[in-house]
Each structure stands twice: as C-alpha cells, then as structure tokens.
Design a protein around this ligand. Structure first.
Ligand SMILES: O=c1ccn([C@H]2C[C@H](O)[C@@H](COP(=O)(O)OP(=O)(O)OP(=O)(O)O)O2)c(=O)[nH]1
Ligand SMILES: [Mg+2]
Length: 164
C-alpha cells in the first residue's frame, strides 16, 4: 500500500512509470532511455526519462540492482545517488562497468537502477566544546574485529594498515 504520493512527469513518453516489481519491494525500477556500451571500467551518465517532485521531508535514493551487478558487473559510481526534494530535473544514473574484461551493453528500456523513497530528517548542527561520551567512543573502522580472514598479508606490500 503506497504511503506517499509523488508527482512524476515523463520527459520521454515511452518509458514506463517507475513501479515496484513485487509487493514489499523497497525500490521502484528505473530504465535507461539510451542504448549504452560500457567498456571495462568505463562510466556513463544515462537518463531515466522521468522527473519527480518529492514532498518536503523526503528524499529518494538511486540504488544499483543486484542482479545486473552479479551477472554483468554493472554498478553506480555514486551509489546511492541522492535525489533532493527540490530537484525537478530528470533522474540520471551514473553507471559503471566493474567487469575487468567484458564490455557491457544496455538497451533503451533496460531496468538499470532502483529508486528508494524515504523520509529524511534535517538536522540543526549545534557546535559544542565536547561530545557526550558513548560506549563506542572513537572506535571504528573494524574496532569490533571479526574480519581477521580478510586482513592483508604483510608481504603484499600494503602500506596503509592502521591499528584500530
Ligand atoms: O544519482 C543521482 C544523484 C543526483 N541526481 C540529481 C538529483 C539531486 O538532487 C541532484 C544533485 O545531486 P547531489 O547533491 O548528489 O550532487 P552534487 O554534486 O552535490 O550537485 P549539486 O551541487 O547540484 O547539489 O542531482 C540524480 O539525478 N541522480
Ligand atoms: Mg548536492
């Protein structure tokens, strides 16, 4: 059951209105309006043919689709892309081919990304002399452990390991 109405215009009359593939889906699929071939490592900004007017207090996030990522290495350079509520331009997606070998071919109308609409807070950032203490404190970037199998062997030449 939709919980918010979002006015939408189609800048390309042939593209479908974004829709959720199944009940319970968080993302509504977006399509590319152009054919595009991406060489390994290449990126391209593609249009989706739609523009929206999100209500105040909402934002939308453009996420990659996992199937295309697994099958072809398709990703988004700036995932997730942030759509501001005041933005009235065409939703665009900055695609990238992460495959190291195979070029990736997309056809007009292919579903290339998904749009997740969310409520967002706007914060008042209040500068203080000292932050309140917390259990985590300044620990981050692996401070809770559990990733020993992923640590880079010393002989690999990695120079940027830091103790956390
Ligand atoms: O994947 C994306 C990301 C952004 N946008 C549009 C909507 C968003 O409201 C606007 C600005 O995006 P963002 O704030 O991420 O980019 P910026 O580099 O900060 O540009 P600006 O200075 O226009 O805010 O671009 C898209 O169409 N697709
Ligand atoms: Mg911005």
């Amino acid at each position: 059951m939709p919980s918010v109405q979002v006015p939408l215009t189609r800048l390309d009359p042939d593209v479908p209105v974004p829709s959720y593939a199944r009940p319970g889906d968080a993302g509504a699929d977006l399509v590319t309006t152009t054919d595009v071939v991406l060489q390994p490592g290449e990126r391209a900004l593609v249009g989706t043919g739609v523009a929206i007017a999100l209500p105040d207090g909402y934002a939308a996030f453009v996420h990659p689709r996992s199937g295309l990522a697994v099958r072809s290495g398709l990703g988004m350079v700036n995932a997730p892309g942030t759509i501001d509520s005041g933005y009235r331009g065409e939703l665009k997606v900055c695609l990238i081919n992460h495959d190291r070998v195979q070029p990736l071919s997309l056809r007009r109308g292919d579903r290339i990304a998904q749009l997740v609409v969310q409520r967002v807070e706007r914060a008042a950032f209040v500068e203080v002399d000292a932050l309140p203490e917390s259990e985590r404190g300044v620990g981050g970037h692996g401070s809770t452990g559990g990733h020993e199998a992923l640590s880079v062997p010393a002989e690999s030449g990695a120079e940027h390991r830091t103790e956390v």
